[in-house]
Design a protein around this ligand. Sequence first.
Ligand SMILES: [Zn+2]
Ligand SMILES: [Zn+2]
Length: 122
Amino acid sequence: MRETKQKTAILEFLRSKRQHCSASQIYDAVRVKIPNISLGTVYRNLSTLLESGEIISVETSDKSVFYDGFTHDHAHFVCQDCKNIFDFDFPSSAKIPLEEKGFMLDYERVVCYGKCPNCLKK
Ligand SMILES: [Zn+2]
Ligand SMILES: [Zn+2]
């Protein structure tokens, strides 16, 4: 019961944010509602949510992990300068034809790395 409440709070926070959050950002936000939650509990719930496909994660080039409550098909662009993560629509027609080559696909995440327009202006 307690677990469910914590998981729901994490999921609600991620879905309310139209941005990608680190575990410590999630921890700070959820702690407002559930003061006795620990960072370890946040991590544990995040991995459960990832496994069930309710959230997705994006890794930046420095191996920081950010979590996304929006699981529709989309690609990510990670800016190497400001570390912002941008969402892009990614049509499923663009998928790699793996099945016909005999592979079984569990999931596919496209992440692009580079510089965003704001950083290029500097
Ligand atoms: Zn940038
Ligand atoms: Zn995203």
